[in-house]
Design a protein around this ligand. Sequence first.
Ligand code: ATP
Ligand code: MG
Length: 408
Amino acid sequence: MLVSQLFPQTSKTAPAGAESLNQQLLIRAGFIHQEMAGVYTYLPLGLKVLTKLSQIIREEMDRIGGQEVLMPALHPGENWKKTGRFETFDVLFKFKGASGADVVLGPTHEEIIYPLLTEYVTSYKDLPIALYQIQTKFRNELRAKAGLLRGREFLMKDLYSFHASEQDRDQYYEKVKKSYLKIFAQIGLPVLVTKAAGGTFSDLSDEFQSLTPSGEDTIFVCQSCQRAVNQEVFDEETCQQCGGEFKKEKSIEVGNIFPLKQSYAKAFGLYFTSEKGEKKLVSVGCYGLGISRVMGAIVEVFHDEKGIIWPEKVAPFQVYIVGLDLESKDIWDKAENIYQNLQAEGIEVLFDDRKSVSAGEKFTDADLLGIPYRVVISKKSESNLELKKRGEKTTQLVSLAELKSQLK
Ligand code: ATP
Ligand code: MG
């Protein structure tokens, strides 16, 4: 992609009202545009990041036997009345549809997936089933000032698993927990599995918390074994697992998984016939991961005073070529040739081909955008390329072949 063609160009200042750091940097760098509090357009660079995150998650969900579906954002209010959450879910968007019936904008999908499953599950032979989606959720959050960390409209991956016994569900739950750790390791965002209260519909849950001072959650982390507990359920003097000391930390909840109690299955009549011919309630687990929140969390965790520092796997492009002295035909041809050459290898490259922009501005933009590798091509670098990793200070002179091997 040529920087001269990229929509939009970067901006030096964040818009008034952009309070949080992820919001400021993502807006200035042209990844997102705010439409109203908690509601954003994903611009080309931002959508690339969201798509990469989604793909890492999708592949991992498929690997643990999840089958992808896409459920609606519009829900019949009737379903929410069956679970009682029409009245109790505090951030529910509700309105009347054309026929005067109550309609809900889905903040989560138990109220769709349970009734759906009742139409397909009758026997133990139909179980287990694991269905997931990557879908837009709506929550009428009171405070939506934390940029992508708290949207009123946001992207979530939600997985639901259905089992013939709690043991089977619990085994699968452990598998999902491991799979989440693999996802975050691939993304490059460090997380701590954190014990938390489960709310009304679950006894306990596990949260995936990413440590950063800007986080809204408070957790206690054992300094010896790294076990973490959310403040909301915290009643331990020292670590129950190893007796170690706890340290209080701020963090962002990027994922949350729950073994569900049987109340939803009862509300919707989700039963199956066991091997012995008994009628039993299906055991269910639900597993959320906030994809757009992860994007915001990455920016909160990985940045410096100059801009974002994307982990390689989720960066919108791998290389930012800063072309200097481009009025010289030799340099232009060289830069253009390297740009084409890297792209032919499947490497994603942004080529700053702008002729009316100063060297300083190009470097500033490269840093703000946070592309992992910056390559400078100029008269000074002669036949070599000047390579610098974002977030590091040292530059090295490399040949094209050396650059390619570093990128692989
Ligand atoms: P919070 O306590 O931060 O309000 P939650 O516990 O209500 O979140 P869950 O219902 O557990 O959220 O949703 C699953 C995941 O979806 C969360 O772990 C988080 O990553 C993400 N998420 C929840 N609410 C939002 C939001 N308003 N904006 C962006 N992501 C969100
Ligand atoms: Mg949660």
